[in-house]
Design a protein around this ligand. Structure first.
Ligand code: B12
Length: 234
């Protein structure tokens, strides 16, 4: 079977909520030398897009989303076990990350957290449904460089705006980079709320955090937007 066929089958298994099959296919992909991140992005994640589309068109229901989410999480556990211990020793910066208030989706955020950690960032993951105040308090507690908010729900986007305002209102905007991302979060939205940065994918988030740490000066300068796939298409 070709790599593409294997990854397509993996995507289908996640879409069908078949965790056992998805894990077996992911293992098979590793054994044939496919990069773990390729397994994640070009295989398992595609399954979530498929089930998301089915759900939107009324061809799938909430339990199907739950099944696909669980299958994806099983594949992610396997992938993170593969990449464990690969973190670099130098700390690139301290990141507070969490899912915006009202939002319990966490698969994408978990991928972002793991990739940041593997790339040398000290990551404090606050989980899901995180209030603006909690983000801020944890950022102070850990002397963070970056506050990273993720959201998959359009109804949770306003809290990203609130976050930037809150940091402004406390007079600490120059202390923390505020970055945003997740399914419905666009580069234009990020710019409109005065965020320091936006990234399309987890890989882009790592690139974004590195760029911000190199630039310095939170709260000043244009919103940095990283979308490596768009660059590839250009
Ligand atoms: C799985 C899933 C669920 C699972 C979540 C399981 C879990 N543990 O996460 C469950 C079943 C719980 C669920 C529940 C709901 N869901 Co849901 N869900 C999905 C689904 C199918 C996949 C989401 C996902 O994991 N994507 C894959 C990850 C890898 O992508 P990602 O999160 O976007 O993250 C990537 C990038 O965005 C980026 N990124 C992420 N965060 C950040 C942060 C920063 C700073 C940066 C730079 C980058 C970045 O990196 C990641 C990796 O590359 C989507 C459909 C879809 N195609 O997205 C619907 C979807 C998100 N869900 C939806 C809905 C409506 C719901 C419910 C409201 C349904 C209901 N009626 O109850 C509830 C929400 C409950 C709540 N309060 O949160 C809608 C949201 C519509 C909207 N835009 O508001 C979607 C789009 C489905 C649809 N087509 O309608 N869901």
């Amino acid at each position: 079977m070709s790599k593409e066929e294997l990854l397509a089958l993996l995507g289908d298994a996640v879409a069908d909520g078949d965790g056992d099959k998805a894990v077996d296919l992911a293992k098979e992909a590793f054994e044939t030398g496919v990069d773990p991140m390729e397994v994640l992005n070009d295989g398992a994640s595609k399954g979530l897009s498929i089930i998301g589309a089915r759900y939107s068109s009324g061809d799938a229901y909430l339990p199907d989303l739950v099944g696909s989410g669980a299958a994806m999480s099983a594949v992610m556990d396997l992938i993170f076990a593969q990449t464990e211990g690969t973190a670099s020793l130098d700390t690139q910066g301290v990141v507070i990350i969490g899912q915006s208030k009202g939002d319990i989706h966490d698969i994408g955020k978990n991928v972002v957290s793991a990739l940041l950690a593997v790339n040398g960032f000290e990551v404090h993951d606050l989980g899901t449904d995180v209030s603006v105040k909690t983000f801020y308090e944890k950022a102070l507690e850990h002397n963070a460089d970056i506050i990273a908010m993720s959201s998959l729900l359009t109804t949770s986007l306003p809290f990203m705006d609130d976050m930037v305002r809150y940091v402004n209102d406390t007079g600490t905007r120059e202390r923390f980079f505020c970055i945003v991302g997740g399914g419905p979060v666009t580069a234009d939205f990020a710019e409109s709320i005065g965020a320091d940065g936006w990234g399309q994918s987890a890989f882009d988030c790592v690139e974004l955090c590195k760029k911000l740490m190199a630039r310095g000066n939170p709260g000043s300068g244009p919103t940095i937007k990283v979308d490596s796939q768009a660059e590839g298409r250009a």
